[in-house]
Design a protein around this ligand. Structure first.
Ligand SMILES: *[C@@H]1O[C@H](CO)[C@@H](O)[C@H](O)[C@H]1NC(C)=O
Ligand SMILES: *[C@@H]1O[C@H](CO)[C@@H](O)[C@H](O)[C@H]1NC(C)=O
Ligand SMILES: *[C@@H]1O[C@H](CO)[C@@H](O)[C@H](O)[C@H]1NC(C)=O
Ligand SMILES: *[C@@H]1O[C@H](CO)[C@@H](O)[C@H](O)[C@H]1NC(C)=O
Ligand SMILES: *[C@@H]1O[C@H](CO)[C@@H](O)[C@H](O)[C@H]1NC(C)=O
Length: 244
């Protein structure tokens, strides 16, 4: 029997840009997926110091699936070029509802980098019309997120996984960045419009209503004529728990 000792690590954030707000470390995420549906979840890891092993842990059956094993459902694929691995779960049923974690292992020490509760529902609390969107450098993309009626009066957000930077619906103060606009119909959905896309905007986001959320992958393609772009440096923050 393996005893897991959980130690909370402090969330570290470096704030380089205006227009952001962040979840406090250890926020509770509930991924809501329709019965029979699929989901892909990104698990980021340290790019300067990549872990030796990475795996997806299911608290339901205490199983570990390491990256790039032949397992197909869930499949756990490493993307070293993006410093993350993705977990794809298909044909989700009620018995898949439970807790899961992204875990990295270095020198025998396991660290949970992200954990979530998966909730399989006939009518998901939060869903996205498309979980993968793409746009061109300098262009716009919009993402539509739907929520169930019981979330009508809860805060809606659009957040980047990597650094947990969030934009909140209805915030009109100047701290919100005008390159991301969110409009909420107040009834069942909100739409996120990202304008003036940069290559560095590529990556994983999620939309949420209170704790219920759903991931979206954004791909920004370079202009074919090779217009030079100014890459902005990204702020980053992490919130990790160690287990051993
Ligand atoms: C990544 O690893 C480097 C080298 O060990 C460390 O200095 C840095 O703090 C780590 N970054 C994060 C975000 O944990
Ligand atoms: C895992 O698979 C992905 C996709 O096939 C590949 O890009 C990556 O290099 C593989 N990683 C390792 C460590 O083999
Ligand atoms: C869930 O139930 C299906 C049959 O409905 C079964 O094949 C599957 O193994 C179960 N999964 C888990 C995680 O218990
Ligand atoms: C992107 O959205 C902005 C603001 O709504 C708009 O002014 C602009 O024309 C749009 N650009 C494209 C390429 O659609
Ligand atoms: C919005 O963010 C972009 C990139 O982070 C930055 O270049 C721009 O100045 C910001 N705009 C405002 C109004 O904060």
């Amino acid at each position: 029997m393996v005893a897991y000792i959980k130690v909370f690590y402090i969330s570290i954030g470096f704030w380089l840009f205006l227009g952001v707000e962040c979840y406090s470390g250890g926020s509770y995420h509930v991924l809501t997926i329709k019965t029979g549906g699929s989901v892909t979840i990104p698990c980021h890891y340290n790019e300067t110091n990549p872990p030796q092993k990475k795996y997806w842990y299911s608290d339901i059956d205490k199983s570990k699936i390491y990256t790039n094993t032949s397992e197909e459902n869930p499949s756990v694929i490493d993307h070293p070029d993006q410093s993350l691995f993705t977990v794809t779960m298909r044909n989700l049923q009620n018995n898949h509802t439970g807790d899961y974690s992204c875990v990295v292992e270095t020198d025998g020490l396991s660290t949970i980098t992200y954990d979530l509760h998966l909730r399989v529902q006939s009518a998901p609390d939060v869903s996205v019309v498309s979980s993968s969107v793409s746009g061109h450098e300098g262009g716009n993309v919009s993402v539509q997120c739907s929520y169930s009626s019981r979330y009508q009066n809860h805060p809606k957000q659009w957040c980047r996984y990597k650094d947990q930077r969030c934009y909140t619906v209805g915030r009109t103060d100047t701290s919100q960045n005008s390159s991301v606009q969110i409009s909420d119909d107040g009834r069942s959905s909100f739409t996120v419009l990202m304008t003036g896309l940069r290559l560095s905007d590529s990556g994983w986001f999620f939309c949420s209503a209170r704790e219920a959320m759903n991931p979206v992958q954004l791909t920004v393609e370079a202009e074919p004529d090779g217009v030079s772009v100014c890459h902005r440096t990204r702020d980053f923050s992490t919130s990790t728990r160690k287990i051993r």
